[in-house]
Ligand binder design. Structure first.
Ligand code: X2X
Length: 338
């Protein structure tokens, strides 16, 4: 009797559990191809907004077979960590800035040569054309897959805490944070500054605690990462154009079926084009927004900076480092630099 009633109770419990399961939201089935993507930018930056749209599209168009999970804002570690994770395959995708991937693929910093690009027409002609193809081929050689469309970071501007920068003379002795990038270090040394390489994850706090006095980034990043809270002045120097390469771990990418690859490529490349438009629109309003938040702007003429770089031998040195082929591809887009 006891035995029976216990079985009865269990049976009832089992039935409820089954009913509960049926009524509950469908548990997500693990995707056949789970793909982790890490980056260094806040979730509100257009790069993350458009990447999320690409992820939704990938889930839909592969009928859930591939799932791109995004880890923004250095959740998986700083740039250096994510670069080694995408090389080992512990993450599938990463969007390093050209400056950052250049620690692995030196020629990738070619787009960041100081004061090379005048405007976005020159940038996209070069990066969607032969110069971009040259860099992508070099990225392929270290067993990473680079998608065709480069995503925009922007023209980098300098912000400072203690004094404005009007001419190249004001760069003397400036303690400025730059990304983990040999080109950035060389360029700011040539300008007479005292640059320090720090990962982006450390920028806000190092400005706040005054480990450094200055940093340089495009205005959209200065806005979304709230760097205006810890900086006073912004010099619209446009000294470097910087973009993000969307790269994948080579073997993970190669192992995906062709139809999945096609969906992912389309989704990422098209999202990248939209992200460029977002940055263009952002650039039309961001200066006013930052002014309203207390940042004081000025626009130094580039001539004194260029002259100082030329006199310090910066262009000649980097022409040698990048090599004749890459340098002539850059000059065919922007004109003579040396
Ligand atoms: O670290 C930076 O300054 C950033 C966010 O622009 C890069 O990724 C290079």
């Amino acid at each position: 009797m006891t035995h029976l009633s216990r079985r009865g109770a269990l049976g009832a419990f089992g039935g409820l559990a089954a009913a509960g399961l049926i009524g509950a939201p469908r548990l997500a089935r693990a995707a056949e191809f789970p793909l982790k993507y890490g980056n260094n930018l806040p979730a509100t930056h257009p790069l993350n907004v458009r990447a999320q749209q690409a992820a939704d599209r990938i889930a839909k168009e592969t009928h859930g077979r591939a799932e791109l999970s995004i880890f923004p804002n250095n959740q998986l570690g700083g740039d250096t960590d994510m670069l080694s994770q995408v090389r080992s395959g512990s993450i599938s995708f990463f969007t390093p800035s050209a400056l950052v991937i250049a620690t692995l693929v030196p020629v990738a910093a070619i787009n960041a040569v100081g004061f090379a690009f005048r405007d976005y027409d020159q940038v996209w002609t070069a990066m969607d054309g032969k110069l971009g193809a040259h860099v992508r081929a070099a990225i392929g050689k270290v067993n990473l897959h680079a998608f065709e469309t480069m995503w925009d970071n922007g023209f980098r501007q300098m912000t400072t805490g203690s004094r404005p920068i009007e001419t190249a003379g004001d760069m003397e002795g400036l303690k400025i944070r730059v990304p983990v990038s040999p080109l950035s270090i060389a360029m700011f040394k040539a300008l007479g500054s005292a640059p320090t390489s720090l990962q982006f994850s450390e920028v806000y706090s190092s400005l706040q605690t005054r480990i450094v006095d200055a940093q340089e980034n495009p205005l959209p990043i200065i806005d979304v990462a709230k760097l205006y809270e810890v900086q006073k002045y912004c010099a619209l120097s446009n000294h470097i154009w910087d973009g993000f390469w969307f790269v994948g771990h080579g073997r993970t990418w190669a192992a995906l079926p062709d139809d999945i690859k096609a969906v992912i490529s389309r989704a990422i490349n098209e999202a990248g084009l939209k992200q460029r438009d977002d940055i263009r629109a952002f650039n039309e309003t961001v200066q006013k927004q930052l002014q309203a938040k207390g940042l004081a702007f000025n626009r130094p003429a580039p001539d004194s900076f260029r002259a100082r770089l030329r006199d310090a031998g910066f262009y000649n040195e980097w022409k040698g480092r990048f090599g004749e082929e890459a340098w002539s591809l850059l000059e065919s887009a922007v004109g003579k630099l040396t």
